[in-house]
Design a protein around this ligand. Structure first.
Ligand code: FE2
Ligand code: FE2
Length: 297
C-alpha cells in the first residue's frame, strides 16, 4: 500500500488586486498563479488533493468589498474545479467575508467542515479536516482549538486506532508554539491540541498553512508539516507519498513560472526568502513516521 497526494495552501485569490500586498504574496497575479498550478498538479496524477485554507483574500487586512469577495469565490471554484483528483478543503482566516466574518458564501461553493470532518481518502487513511473558526476570524484570526474539536478528534482517533487506520490532521494555523519564530501564527489552545495529538497514536501527521513557510518537524513520533503559500516565493505546492513501511516522502514542486517566482523573490531579503522556502529538508525529504509504521505494519 502506498498513498500519493498533493497539499497546496494559501492560494489567496484577489480579482484585480490593486497591489501585491506583503511579500512574498503576488496578489496582482493570483489568478494566473492558481491557474498554472492546476495542469501541474493534474500531471502528477495524485490520488487526492488537500487545500490548507486561505483560498481567498477575505477577512481582515484586505477590506474586500462583498461583491469582489463573491467574485473571488466563483473564480476560485472555477479554477480548482479543473483538478481531476478529489479535493478536500478547510477554511483559513482569509476565507470569510470582510464585513461579517461569515463563511456562508464560501460554503455554498466549497465543501468546508463545520467543526471536524473525518474523510476516508485511501485504504486505512483518513483526513481529519478542522475548521477552527467557530468565532469570526475578524476577531480571532488564529482560530481556536475548542473542547468540541478536542472531543471529536479524540473519538475519531480512537476509532481509527481500533481499525488500524492513520489520521492526518489538516488545520490552517500552526500548532507548535514552541517552534514559533514570532508570536501570533499558531492556533488558540495549541498546548491543548498538542497534548491530544501526543495521546492519540492514530494521528500520524499534522498539515498546516497560514504562515507561508515550508517547515517539517518531527515531534516525538509524529510529523508536523507546514507548507509555503502557492501565491508567492517559493511559489508552489507539496507532493507527498506515504509508504506501507511508514515512510513519508515529500517534494516541493515550484510552479513553472520562473520569472514570476524571481519577481516575488526580489521583494524580500535573501534571509527572508530562506524562511519562506525553508531548508532543503523542509521541501524535499524522506522521514520515517513511527506511528504510521506501527499502524500499517
Ligand atoms: Fe495565508
Ligand atoms: Fe491564514
Amino acid at each position: 500500500m502506498s498513498v500519493h497526494f498533493v497539499f497546496v495552501t494559501d492560494s489567496h485569490h484577489y480579482p484585480e488586486a490593486p497591489q501585491d500586498y506583503g511579500a512574498p504574496k503576488m496578489l496582482t497575479r493570483s489568478h494566473q498563479i492558481m491557474s498554472a498550478a492546476i495542469p501541474q498538479i493534474n500531471a502528477l496524477q495524485p490520488q487526492f488533493v488537500v487545500h490548507g485554507g486561505d483560498l481567498l483574500c477575505g477577512g481582515g487586512s484586505f477590506d474586500l468589498p462583498f461583491s469582489t469577495y463573491c467574485r473571488s469565490i466563483a473564480e476560485t471554484a472555477a479554477v480548482f474545479g479543473q483538478l481531476e483528483a478529489p479535493v478536500h478543503y478547510i477554511p483559513g482566516n482569509h476565507d470569510c467575508d470582510a464585513q461579517e466574518g461569515s463563511f456562508a458564501e464560501l460554503a455554498r461553493h466549497f465543501p468546508i467542515p463545520q467543526l471536524l470532518d473525518i474523510v476516508p481518502v485511501a485504504p486505512r487513511l483518513r483526513l481529519a479536516l478542522a475548521n477552527v473558526y467557530l468565532q469570526s476570524p475578524l476577531d480571532h484570526p488564529q482560530g481556536h482549538w475548542t473542547s468540541q474539536h478536542d472531543r471529536a478528534l479524540r473519538q475519531a482517533a480512537d476509532q481509527a486506532q481500533e481499525e488500524k487506520c492513520a489520521l492526518l490532521l489538516v488545520i490552517h494555523p500552526w500548532v507548535l508554539p514552541t517552534y514559533e519564530p514570532a508570536p501570533g501564527g499558531f492556533v488558540g489552545n495549541a498546548a491543548g491540541l498538542l497534548e491530544t495529538i501526543v495521546q492519540c497514536p492514530a494521528i500520524a501527521a499534522v498539515f498546516t498553512g497560514h504562515r507561508h513557510t515550508n517547515r517539517i518537524r518531527v515531534h516525538r513520533d509524529f510529523l508536523v508539516v507546514d507548507t509555503a503559500c502557492l501565491v508567492g516565493y517559493p511559489l508552489g505546492f507539496r507532493q507527498i507519498w506515504l509508504g506501507q513501511d511508514g515512510y513519508f516522502k515529500t517534494r516541493f514542486q515550484s510552479l513553472d513560472l520562473p520569472a514570476l517566482r524571481q519577481e516575488s523573490f526580489d521583494r524580500s531579503t535573501a534571509q527572508a526568502n530562506q524562511v519562506w522556502a525553508g531548508e532543503v529538508h523542509d521541501r524535499d525529504s524522506e522521514i520515517l513516521i513511527p506511528r504510521l509504521q506501527a499502524l500499517w505494519a
